[in-house]
Design a protein around this ligand. Sequence first.
Ligand code: UGB
Length: 604
Amino acid sequence: MKSIEKFLGSFDGETAVLVKSLLAADQAHLFEHWDHPDATDRERKAFLDQLREVNRGYPGGLVKYIENARRLLAEAKAGVNPFEGFVPEQPDVVDLSDFRDRYHRMEALGMEAFDRTAVVLVAGGLGERLGYDGIKLGIPVEVLEETSYLEHYARCLLAMEARMSRPKPVPFVIMTSKDTHDRTVKALKENDWYGLAPGQVHLLKQGLVPAIADNDAHLAMEGPFSLQLKPHGHGDVHMLLHTHGVAAKLQEEGIEYLTFIQDTNGQVFNVLPAAVGVSIDQNYDFNSVAVNRVPGEAVGGLARLVKGDRQMTLNVEYNQLDPLLKSTISPEGDVAGENGYSLFPGNINVLVVRNEPYVRILKETEGIIAEFVNPKYADAARNHFKKPTRLETLMQDLPKLFTGGQRVGVSVFARSWCFSPNKNRLEDAAEKHEAGGPPESAATAESDFYAAGRLRLEKAGTELRVAKEALIRGVPYTDGPRVVLRPDFAMTLAEVDEKITGGSLAGSATLIVEGRGVRLDEVHLADGAALVIHAHPGAEVTVRGVLKAAGGFVREDLTDVDYADPSVPAVLKMRGYRYRKQGVAELCFNQPGVYEVDLEEIDG
Ligand code: UGB
């Protein structure tokens, strides 16, 4: 009798069934140290606890995971091409990158559906590429007022709620992980949930999956009494929305659209209203927000793949797209279409999913979305791995499960208007810029955040003198004018147009506006002027006139001494600069009422 079998009688029912099923699945090696003379009861108990936790965390349990792994590993070994026989075509695209009339119609349509929309944020990633040891949601998207990503997102949800004819909280699902959960909860609690109702926030913590040692899917051990565990990927969000019953519950509450967003994309709410509008207008079940992509660019391309009467629109990684095109419709590979861009727009992982088919698919699949495995083989025969692998899943792969009948499309927006994440440490961002790619760093994310504010003003007819792009430690940054129009002031371009008339801003001016009732009428900010307006609900404020320079916010680039100084915060070091406040006109209206302000009357 094997050593573990002697112990089975002493286990509770769940544990005994689990251990037996693992033995039947050829996993006896997990228990080979079980009755080693040095083994302690504590170690054994901890191991069983771990096995039960991992087993519960995966629909169908560990045995199902092992079965799935064997199947996928056999396909990987045989070199099965998942796109074999599929012919790529341009997907259904609604291109709103020109901000023309259709853009405004889609925004208005999406805004009407705010009471039927939920926001799902995937925030389980640790941000190793960023070299930051806090949670990415806690990083400020801008350092003038130091608004964190989490606070910015919360403000957007509150602004959505305020725009409903019958306001109700927008459900906010946050997927965390072991790495980010406690710190996300702490940030929410310490900041009074950023004004959100705790009941509107659904926290789903993703677990880890076992590492796999070989093609037979023997689970890899970290020590004699612990499994080696690895992340399963952001596709876990689908599994958790299913296993926790959240998607189904939201459906019962009348939520028709789930919008999926990433942790550090301060631009995403610029386009969410219009993206939801496109889903409604086109009756899309799955809508990928995307950007125009230069042929060959290192970002996944969205393509419709057709094989007989089967077709699916999905993200194809750029290194798979080019060979697929060459072997099918285009001997030259990925080439530019009439508009100068690839026919296959770039995926940015912002998704709008119709909840009704989604809940159905989740039920059918138990939320396991198109898992894949990517072992690094040590030998040409593909018998051995260089290191243990694991099954993975990506949230954008959901359409792989659409069996027909679902409508899948793509909404294209101007690039930095919809996407400018903070993913890379400063040095790597500089290298990426040098190589001609997007730096995706703290500085570019902040620069684009202000650029989005400028774009709003420009569309409303404000004249802007934009500063020249500068390189800060090799990363491009446009210093101004810095414009932050808070979401409660305006969620759509139409609202900005309604609330701002004319005016002008010079290169290093700063304008921050918070408050639904604020209006700017011919406001002119000189170089070095800074105007900050905070108006509480019920305060109807009209501001007009010229604000002269009084210092404003002055950018100071960090020196090597700053970098060596541990007291300089990491969130500044990842940018390469700080702002000093030197003479800012701050207008605060804490009481409801009607106010008129002439900037000429303000002294410094
Ligand atoms: N995330 C989780 O919540 N859990 C996880 O296990 C992993 C990540 P990364 P990645 O923006 O250009 C994605 O690491 O994986 C969250 C798309 O797959 O920043 O390199 C994490 O917290 C890719 O197609 O990105 O690549 C973060 O919010 C492309 O769109 C989000 O998932 C790429 O992003 C993304 O995680 C991109």
